[in-house]
Design a protein around this ligand. Structure first.
Ligand SMILES: [Ca+2]
Ligand SMILES: [Ca+2]
Length: 266
């Protein structure tokens, strides 16, 4: 075989490979399933990256709005593409599952506290509210009072979207003021307003400073329900004394709304 024949053969082989490659690329580029799958995978990576950023940097309330927005947007688009894939591509493999949502500042808040009940010490309670549209598992969440961790929840405890969890000290309604707690633990609250925090490890999910709040025995510290978010519960004037009678505790009955929507403050 001479050099010219070798050159011709090389040219033919090159042309065939080039055409094959072009056809393969064209097939890949026009297949809606392949495209949707790529988009979904890319969005899942974006979401995972945003979640990593949030977990790495977002340790204070209000610091992480942009990363949260990016994560939310990627997740929304991911759901959209997944829907398109199911519609257009039959049994196409679904995109990779994103990890569970990270715990973010403001996802749960301190909503009402009975710190000085008119009766037994077991009548103290803490109410947590979930202002978001997603259920939240309180497993691993700590409650901190004046810098001291009073307890850490060590079991799955779901607080529904826009729902409440009531944490008490006893299930016995004879001594707990007639409340029905969702969860009980061992703790003791000061009979005055202090700084309370909900934390996930070192991340503060919510903080309220009730220092200066005018506590009244047998009456809860009650956040106005129109201010039920992590920012507005920082404002002391959005808090007031509970006014609804509940349970059986104390000589005159305790006032507050344990486990349900709060009394209006103004
Ligand atoms: Ca707050
Ligand atoms: Ca309440």
């Amino acid at each position: 075989m001479n050099i010219d024949k070798l050159k011709k053969l090389g040219f033919v082989l090159f042309t065939v490979l080039f055409m094959l490659n072009t056809e393969l690329q064209a097939a890949n580029n026009t297949d809606p399933c392949v495209q949707a799958s790529r988009e979904a995978t890319s969005l899942a990576r974006t979401y995972q990256r945003s979640v990593r950023e949030l977990k790495g940097t977002c340790t204070r309330e209000g610091d992480c709005d942009l990363a949260k927005l990016a994560a939310d947007e990627a997740l929304d688009n991911l759901s959209l593409f997944h829907g398109e894939m199911k519609e257009n591509c039959g049994t196409t493999t679904p995109p990779p599952e994103p990890p569970p949502s990270p715990n973010l500042a403001g996802d749960i808040i301190i909503n009402e506290v009975m710190m000085d009940p008119d009766g037994y010490p077991e009548e103290e309670w803490i109410e947590i509210y979930n202002p978001t549209s997603t259920d939240f598992d309180l497993n691993g969440i700590s409650f901190v009072s004046a810098g001291d961790t009073l307890f850490t929840i060590s079991q799955s405890l779901i607080i529904p979207a826009q729902g409440f969890i009531l944490i008490g000290k006893s299930m016995n309604t004879v001594i707990n003021g007639g409340i029905v707690p969702d969860y009980i633990d061992t703790f003791s609250l000061y009979d005055l307003g202090v700084i309370y925090e909900l934390k996930n490890g070192t991340t503060i999910l919510d903080e309220v400073n009730l220092w200066g709040f005018n506590v009244s025995r047998g009456t809860s510290a009650n956040l106005d329900p129109r201010s039920a978010d992590a920012i507005n519960n920082d404002i002391l004037t959005n808090w007031c004394l509970g006014t609804s009678i509940y349970g059986i505790g104390g000589q005159t009955g305790n006032l507050g709304t344990p486990g349900s929507i709060n009394d209006l403050c103004f």
